[in-house]
Design a protein around this ligand. Sequence first.
Ligand SMILES: Cc1cc2nc3c(=O)[nH]c(=O)nc-3n(C[C@H](O)[C@H](O)[C@H](O)COP(=O)(O)O)c2cc1C
Length: 177
Amino acid sequence: MNKTIEDLKTRRSIRKFKDEQITDEELKIILETGTYAPTARGLQSPKIVVIQNPETIKEFSEWNRSYFPMEMPEDMDPFYGAKTLLIVLADSEIPTYVEDGSSVLTVLVNAAHAIGVGSCWIHRAREEFASEKGKGLLKECGIPESYEGIGHVVLGYPDMEAPEPLPRKEDYIHYVD
Ligand SMILES: Cc1cc2nc3c(=O)[nH]c(=O)nc-3n(C[C@H](O)[C@H](O)[C@H](O)COP(=O)(O)O)c2cc1C
């Protein structure tokens, strides 16, 4: 099978990571590939925030957990112990910002898999950056306040077998004459 097609089909969400940081070279490849994601009108409006400081990741993990719809155990890390955290933000002044940010997230997880780095897309960035704390962080980073959180990607070396994908739904694809 074509390597790209195989990678797209074999990527799975990884939820257990080795206690080892990915290399700077791997991070650079994943980030740069993310910037080649399709965006409406080629505006490239999304931003990718990179966090590798363990204390900052822990803070974001607790923050993310606080937005979980159900009560989550204190020791449950929504980032699964990953040592690299990416956050994709996009400019809400652009009508397609959610699609643009999601496009970047999709490319990031697939780029990671293509070079042997495990990843998982993590939700609740919208809640984080809609809060006063989130708006303050945007300001600190020099990112305009019109930016909203679209999603996170956690990265690391998998410490688990990739799970079997669920069977694809039979009515996923509809042909129209
Ligand atoms: C918008 C979106 C939000 C997601 N949020 C989470 C999340 O918060 N935590 C998590 O463990 N996985 C999350 N995922 C990963 C999905 O659960 C996962 O992609 C799905 O179960 C299919 O599994 P696969 O990625 O291994 O094919 C999210 C995926 C998407 C697209």
